[in-house]
Design a protein around this ligand. Structure first.
Ligand SMILES: NC(=O)c1ccc[n+]([C@@H]2O[C@H](COP(=O)([O-])OP(=O)(O)OC[C@H]3O[C@@H](n4cnc5c(N)ncnc54)[C@H](O)[C@@H]3O)[C@@H](O)[C@H]2O)c1
Ligand SMILES: [Zn+2]
Length: 348
């Protein structure tokens, strides 16, 4: 559900789509004062409501935070007739979704994404989980929310670099599946970056449709869902090697640029797609080169440890051209690449 000002209708929406005796609003320390306390106060008109807050930041998306939250739900007496409201960005959504999947062996939850990235990406598809010292999202579950409520009004407080980072995933959606949308995303840059609600509405609506369409065909990630990983093999390595100092969307921007160069070097990606992609990323102020301190050796090492690696070989979802992904003659949507080609593509 997408709209402007939906948070004001949270009690009615929850009563209708996710009725419960006790709502646990799980949120982070940034979003709690902005929207969390008010949401819980409104929910108290229809049920019990408890706010559970943890410190914001990717480095808190851990099993330790999961343990602390579940302890607090137990102490607050949230039972099987309770439900979880995941209110925040992708970190809150992944963590609160995993709490919902595991607490009392699973209670219903709804996603209320408050970042652009969470609206168009992490709240769709049912992947939940936490990071471990060995890597990102290594412990989790597939668990679908009852409802996703995206209130565009919440984006007004989002820092501009997070808005741009979210757009990296929208650029990806256009690049992998819809050339017309890609061109639209490029053209909308000035309006999106100034926070224009009409432009944001259009982007969220189309991106959600594309992601949900791909996921719907392949919920457990066996086939075509892999195309959503365009840019991500390298992005995850960049995030790990830089200690999560890059925003996820920034890492994805660099990853898409590098994987497009890689695809071109392998004769898979249409040569003209590379400058087109770079131009759009730059229009949004997104980076296209690895930071100087991320050396190719460490990135390669990190890629080999990524959970999506099969048989010790690093696999990439590669662009065919803007709007279409490459498919192997075997039907697979990912492929390996020679180490020297990967190195050349990720050089700072
Ligand atoms: N489950 C999936 O399929 C999936 C897909 C993509 C990404 N992810 C995950 O999503 C996470 C990244 O999500 P993110 O970029 O939303 O990060 P985030 O949740 O850390 O949010 C970014 C920052 O913005 C703050 N914030 C959130 N909403 C705000 C608002 N409306 N106004 C002001 N500040 C606000 C947060 O407190 C945080 O500091 C990563 O952990 C990534 O692994 C998951
Ligand atoms: Zn992503």
């Amino acid at each position: 559900m997408l709209g402007d000002g939906l948070l004001a209708h949270l009690p009615q929406l929850l009563s209708r789509h996710c009725p419960a005796e006790h709502y646990a609003v799980i949120t982070d320390s940034t979003v709690a004062p902005l929207y969390g306390e008010a949401a819980a106060a409104a929910l108290r008109g229809v049920a019990r409501a408890t706010v559970v807050t943890f410190p914001s930041g990717e480095w808190n998306k851990t099993r330790e935070t999961w343990a602390g939250i579940t302890d607090r739900l137990l102490a607050a007496g949230v039972g099987r007739d309770g439900a979880i409201v995941a209110l925040g960005g992708g970190v809150v959504g992944d963590l609160a979704g995993f709490v919902a999947a595991s607490y009392l062996r699973g209670i219903p939850y709804i996603q209320v994404p408050t970042t652009l990235l969470a609206m168009i990406d992490s709240s769709i598809g049912g992947k939940t989980g936490v990071d471990t010292p060995a890597g990102k999202n290594l412990v989790g579950a597939f668990y679908q929310p009852r409802l996703v409520i995206a209130d565009l009004a919440t984006l007004a407080t989002l820092p501009p670099n997070h808005l741009a980072a979210g757009m990296a995933e929208a650029i990806k959606h256009g690049a992998i599946a819809d050339r017309v949308y890609y061109q639209r995303v490029h053209a909308l840059a000035p309006r999106v970056l100034s926070g224009d609600r009409g432009a944001l509405h259009e982007v969220v609506e189309r991106s959600v449709t594309i992601k949900a369409g791909v996921v719907g065909e392949d919920e457990r990630e066996r086939g075509r869902r892999a195309i959503l990983n365009f840019g991500h093999t390298i992005a995850h390595a960049l995030e790990a090697v830089t200690g999560y100092t890059l925003l996820h969307g920034e890492a994805v921007a660099i990853g898409m640029a590098a994987e497009a160069r890689l695809g071109r070097a392998l004769g898979i990606t249409a040569p003209e797609a590379v400058p087109t992609l770079l131009r759009t990323l730059e229009t949004y102020g997104l980076p296209t080169r690895s930071p100087a301190d991320a050396d190719a050796g460490r990135l390669l090492e990190s890629m080999r440890h990524d959970k999506k690696t099969r048989e010790a070989s690093v696999r990439f979802a590669l662009l065919k051209t803007i709007g279409e992904m490459h498919r192997e003659p075997t039907g697979e949507w990912t492929r390996t690449a020679p180490e020297n080609a990967i190195r050349a593509a990720i050089e700072p």
